[in-house]
Design a protein around this ligand. Structure first.
Ligand code: ADE
Length: 255
């Protein structure tokens, strides 16, 4: 899969993607990251890519022409895929969205800076806006790196062990179960005996329950999308009840 990134900081790419699993996928050519310098599509001698916002206000806005030229030049190089603008106003990046993108042969990521980019680019050149969370960063480069990492690891053969993606948190709508490795006892803390039993059915059942417990305690909003059997539902209800009574026990008394 190929990622084309339009940015004023092309030197930030591939950056951290050059290491580890994605780094190996880059070396093997399974994933390609091409950064395009937005300034090269601006006018000499100043190569200016931003201007003051119409209507006034703080900060600068990326002007439309260099962005349009940069996106068009990526398309002329044969890119066929969605154009995504990284923005706090976008759809929140989820694992399901990453899986959708991983089916594309290519995608173009547009990184803004300052107060944003001219709305006409968003209206006429961008297929989708994506946010990596409800906080504001100074630009789209780190979000683009996050998006590439989330998508590239799902590209077939990018992960050494395909099971690592199959059992990820969120894949089946629940958070991951706890993991342990050697030693069996660490500073007085032991590994749950079931994990050393060799009984794969019991291990799977334990992992499922622990996933449900973590999800109920930390991300109860995810529970609505699960299709639980009666036993699982009863277990989740128990977990939610224990959180509720712990909260009531800790609540200050109201006079
Ligand atoms: N640009 C600035 N903040 C961002 C965010 N949270 N997600 C995506 N792009 C951004």
């Amino acid at each position: 899969m190929r990622f084309d990134v339009v940015t004023i900081f092309p030197e930030l790419f591939p950056g951290p993607l050059g290491q580890g699993v994605i780094g190996r996928a880059l070396q093997r050519g399974l994933v390609q990251v091409h950064a395009h310098d937005l300034r090269q599509h601006a006018e000499p001698p100043h190569w200016k890519v931003d201007d003051e916002p119409f209507g006034g206000g703080a900060g600068m806005v990326f002007t439309p022409e260099p962005l349009a030229l940069a996106i068009e030049s990526v398309r002329e190089q044969g890119a066929a895929g969605p154009v995504v603008f990284l923005s706090p106003q976008g759809d929140r990046l989820t694992h399901a969205m990453a899986q959708e993108f991983a089916h594309e042969p290519q995608m173009t990521l547009v990184c803004g800076r300052y107060e944003g980019i001219d709305q006409r680019i968003r209206d006429g050149f961008v297929d989708r806006e994506v946010s990596i969370g409800d906080y504001v960063l100074t630009g789209g480069e780190l979000p683009a790196l996050v998006l590439i990492e989330a998508v590239a690891r799902l590209v077939p053969q990018a992960l050494g062990d395909p099971d690592s993606a199959r059992f990820d948190s969120f894949v089946d709508g629940v958070l991951d179960y706890p993991q342990y490795t050697r030693p069996a006892e660490f500073r007085g803390r032991t590994v749950p005996a079931v994990l050393r039993s060799g009984d794969h059915a019991r291990i799977s059942a334990w992992r499922r329950r622990e996933s449900l417990r973590t999800t109920a305690l930390r991300r109860p909003d995810l529970l609505a999308n699960l299709d639980l059997n009666d036993e699982e539902q009863a277990f989740v209800d128990e977990c939610l009840e224990s959180v509720k009574s712990a909260r009531e026990d800790n609540a200050p008394e109201v006079n």
